[in-house]
Design a protein around this ligand. Sequence first.
Ligand SMILES: [Mg+2]
Length: 112
Amino acid sequence: MEIKDFHTYQEQSRKTWNDIRMDHSIVYPTLGLVNEAGEFAGKIKKIFRDKGGVISEGDRQALASELGDVLWYLTQICTELDVRLEDVAAGNIDKLFDRLARGKIHGDGDNR
Ligand SMILES: [Mg+2]
């Protein structure tokens, strides 16, 4: 399936959401996001441990698949919060470009 924008992805991905029977439906995708980020990190760890840090084409595809899993959970969190994924993306790039324009792209703190 071709996905041309975040809105389409958010709509389509929701069709694969299983209605989780939890009192707090934000918990499941939050744990899933961290789990999938960990799977990505684990693959990077093994590439450095076993392959000298050289990323093969197979590794690249496996890493991209994990990033897709991260994206799925991130998107479900947005939906659970009634937030549009495209607004999250736009807000993030606006924040970063503002920091870049003010010479504050490096450093730390949420409100630079
Ligand atoms: Mg995964």
